[in-house]
Design a protein around this ligand. Structure first.
Ligand code: IPE
Ligand code: IPE
Ligand code: MG
Ligand code: MG
Ligand code: MG
Length: 293
């Protein structure tokens, strides 16, 4: 369902510049886990929204994520040549087209949000700008680069991880809630859930960079140490990092249960959809902890 929506929403290019459409399609369909759009759709359903209403937002978030990966892999940032099990965009299309492909995803992501009613479009835009911009993912990427030249510390680590990965995951979850029209209390619980899940996600990403299997992961390992990145294993060691990720996942799961119980009190007619979304989210939250790719 998400793959179909991504295909339907992929920007079309005129013949003369078909290369950009090829570059977009290459990165988008290289086999990502789709964690962010899944979180958005499932959190939206958990709060009572219909799947069809959630798909444009889900695509917008996956577009932003894919742009961030293309740019993150560029020689001037992390200089990676493998992503989603394939050569990175700049390896195939060259640096210039890779930069522009990222820009295209970024631009079109915001366009997808214009399909909602005015008030909702404005809310979703505000969330996406917050999650993707200087206060969110982009800010985290800046801090990540600055930190390469400094000693890793806990404070820096939290600043980076909350933003470079946590912010877009938080935005995905909150956009799901916003489409569903969730009330402030539920939005607050969604925020807590998303922050714990987002941090767990990046802690595991850091661990996999050290002890993961390149073939399964679809990206090179051992890169963070080589670049003196500020990571959980660098600051806490592998065992403590695993412990932290487990604790985060446990409290994220507890938060999900609170949200489900709150929603069930008000959406009596949608019990099945809500319970199914809750179960799938529990599985997804645990997958984020236990994943090997
Ligand atoms: C990788 O994200 C980059 C981070 C923010 C850690 P994912 O692990 O979600 O990458 P894909 O989308 O599955 O390829
Ligand atoms: C990337 O973090 C975060 C964003 C792309 C915003 P990483 O640099 O750790 O991601 P990987 O390990 O290359 O996927
Ligand atoms: Mg990076
Ligand atoms: Mg990287
Ligand atoms: Mg990483």
């Amino acid at each position: 369902m998400i793959t179909q929506a991504l295909e339907d929403n992929l920007p079309k290019a005129p013949l003369e510049i078909m290369i950009i459409e090829e570059a977009l399609s290459y990165s988008l369909f290289a086999g990502g886990k789709r964690v962010r759009p899944l979180l958005l759709v499932l959190c939206g359903e958990l709060c009572g929204a219909k799947k069809e209403q959630l798909l444009s937002s889900a695509c917008a978030v996956e577009f932003i994520h894919t742009y961030s990966l293309i740019h993150d892999d560029l020689p001037v940032i992390d200089n990676d040549d493998l992503r989603r099990g394939k050569p990175t965009s700049h390896k195939v299309f060259g640096d210039a087209i890779a930069v522009l492909a990222g820009d295209a995803f970024l631009t079109h992501a915001f366009g997808l949000l214009t399909m909602y009613k005015n008030d909702l479009t404005n809310k979703l835009l505000a969330l996406l700008i917050e999650g993707a911009g200087i206060n969110g993912m982009l800010g985290g990427q800046v801090a990540d680069i600055i930190a390469e030249k400094e000693k890793p510390t806990r404070d820096k680590l939290d600043f980076i991880h909350e933003r470079k990965t946590g912010a877009l995951i938080k935005t995905a979850v909150l956009m799901g809630g916003a489409v569903a029209g969730a009330n402030d209390v539920i939005m607050k619980h969604l925020e807590v859930y998303s922050m714990k899940t987002g941090l767990a996600f990046q802690v595991i990403d850091d661990i996999l960079d050290e002890i993961g299997d390149e073939k399964k992961l679809g990206k090179k390992v051992g890169k963070d140490k080589g670049k003196n990145k500020c990571t959980y294993p660098a600051v806490y060691g592998i065992d403590k990092s695993k412990e932290i990720a487990s604790e985060l996942t446990e409290s994220a799961s507890a938060e999900l249960k609170i949200i489900r119980d709150l929603v069930l009190k008000t959406h009596l007619g949608k019990t099945d959809i809500i319970n199914n979304a809750y179960e799938d989210l529990t599985i997804l939250t645990n997958f984020i902890l236990q994943r090997i790719y």
